[in-house]
Write a protein that binds this ligand. Structure first.
Ligand SMILES: Cc1cc2nc3c(=O)[nH]c(=O)nc-3n(C[C@H](O)[C@H](O)[C@H](O)COP(=O)(O)OP(=O)(O)OC[C@H]3O[C@@H](n4cnc5c(N)ncnc54)[C@H](O)[C@@H]3O)c2cc1C
Ligand code: HEM
Length: 411
């Protein structure tokens, strides 16, 4: 594959410096100004309304022409493209939603641009994607497409691409696109869960509670997110708790295939489920399954900061056997007087452990003066969130990771 050269191209990993603040890579957005006039906004939205019901077919067409006309970009994408097909369209819809909010647009596209570095995206690739995007819109919008709308889309795409490229270029000045990391420890936890500890080859700065996108050598280009289960350590290692999803590509490989010595690749840390240094509120933590990982990291962080918060931790599961991480958490609770641990099991009666998570939370509350961190299966996080809101917790005090493609949820 011949790769276009560009100032945007990543420099060799060895030359890079660690970023000063991993949670907020320095990126000065261009002056926020209205991108399109009101008339242009309504025209662009009208064209999206026409193609939206045809999104699945349009995505297939888009990638087909992209890979035929520009075969040089094909190696950037995974061999199987099912999941990705929907995401590009969803990103475009999000961008269209934001066209009258220049600051939101710059923030969203900045995230996208930085995130695209790990795919190997170069500035020279943007015209190819833009050309095929416009060709797809023209085909699927049919009679709703005309020269004026084509000109508006060209202007909008150019602005979005510019923000993505600038964000990526600024990011490239301060940190690598990816971090190779060697597996240094591996522990099977039963129930298809493994704890995998890696040591990045270059300094990797992150904040307790964040998650990391990860690529394995067995499934190149397939990036998945895993939360670090530890606060930053002096030796720089990170531990992930990975559950093998039946039939899952990357999780099965990590749990059943990875051994000490294997080299993975990490993308930049993401997520804002982190401790707010400015608040002294006590913490409510609710975890289910491997959702315990970021909560564990947060608890370690509280300990690192001298245990200034009271922490109430609830572990939820359907059955007692599925309660994950109890022994580890009991050991932490024995070490730290400020940590209280309770279990909640919804589908089994166990003496000493109460019923479903919402019941238990309601019983032990109120929590409206706490900062609440929820992590686990989407249904568990949603039901815990509803219970808390119902009992007076402000949405601003409820923190959880996005349920799916994080870059699409970035605010
Ligand atoms: C912010 C964030 C943090 C995450 N943190 C962790 C973590 O700490 N530990 C961890 O083990 N996982 C975590 N995940 C989930 C992880 O990113 C992968 O989605 C998961 O490991 C499945 O990837 P896969 O490649 O094995 O499955 P895929 O090959 O992507 O999917 C195979 C099949 O499994 C289904 N599937 C995918 N994910 C799940 C799931 N979670 N449960 C049930 N079915 C599923 C898919 O719909 C598909 O049908 C996190 C996800 C996000 C968004
Ligand atoms: C306006 C322009 C673009 C938008 C809105 C966009 C949007 C997206 C989104 C939302 C994702 C999913 C991210 C994730 O899963 O974390 C994605 C993935 C990806 N994008 Fe883009 N993108 C754009 C331009 C480009 C360009 C120019 C390239 C280079 C050819 C590119 C290559 C990729 C690759 C390789 C992936 C990963 C695919 C996968 O994991 O399945 N994108 N893009």
């Amino acid at each position: 594959m011949s790769r276009p050269s560009s100032p945007y191209a990543p420099r060799p990993e060895e030359e890079r410096q660690p970023i000063p603040d991993p949670a907020a890579p320095p990126f000065a957005p261009p002056a926020a100004q209205a991108l399109l006039s009101d008339r242009e906004i309504s025209l662009i939205r009208a064209s999206v309304a026409v193609v939206e019901p045809l999104a699945a077919d349009m995505a297939v067409y888009f990638y087909a022409i992209l890979f035929t006309r520009h075969p040089e970009v094909r190696p950037l994408f995974p061999p199987g493209m099912d999941a990705q097909r929907g995401r590009l369209l969803r990103a475009l819809l999000r961008i269209v939603d934001l066209v009258d909010d220049p600051e939101g647009l710059v923030r969203f596209c900045g995230h996208l641009g930085r995130d695209h570095r790990k795919f190997g995206t170069l500035a020279a690739h943007f015209p190819a994607v833009g050309e095929c995007l416009l060709a797809s819109l023209a085909r699927f919008a049919g009679p709703a497409w005309n020269a004026e709308i084509a000109a508006i889309w060209t202007k909008a795409y150019a602005a979005v691409a510019q923000v993505m490229m600038s964000a990526a270029e600024q990011d490239a000045a301060v940190r690598p696109a990816t971090w190779p990391a060697t597996v240094v420890h591996r522990l099977s936890r039963g129930h298809g869960i493994a704890e995998i500890t890696v040591r990045p080859h270059l300094p990797y700065e992150y904040t307790a509670g964040q998650y990391v996108s990860l690529e394995t050598p067995w499934w190149p280009k397939q990036w998945r997110y895993y939360s670090a289960a530890n606060a930053p350590r002096e030796d720089g290692t990170l531990t992930f708790h990975v559950r093998a999803v039946p039939g899952g590509t990357v999780s099965e490989a990590l749990v059943h295939r990875a051994v000490v010595g294997d080299v993975l690749r990490l993308g930049p840390p993401m997520g804002d489920m982190v401790l707010d240094a400015a608040t002294h509120r006590d913490l409510l933590c609710v975890a289910g399954g491997t959702g315990l990982a970021p909560i564990r990291a947060l608890i370690e962080e509280v300990a690192r900061r001298g245990g200034r918060h009271q922490v109430d931790l609830f572990l939820g599961a359907r059955t007692g056997a599925e309660l994950y991480g109890v022994d580890d958490m009991l050991r932490m609770a024995q070490r730290h007087h400020w940590l209280t641990l309770r279990g909640a099991v919804s589908h089994e009666h166990i003496p000493g452990i109460r019923g479903s998570l919402p019941q238990v939370l309601a019983e032990y509350g109120p929590w409206y003066q706490h900062d609440c961190f929820l992590s686990g299966p989407a249904s568990m996080v949603a039901s815990a969130g509803e219970t808390l809101t119902l009992h007076g917790t402000l949405p601003d005090h409820i923190h959880h990771d996005p349920f799916e493609t994080p870059v699409l949820s970035a605010r």
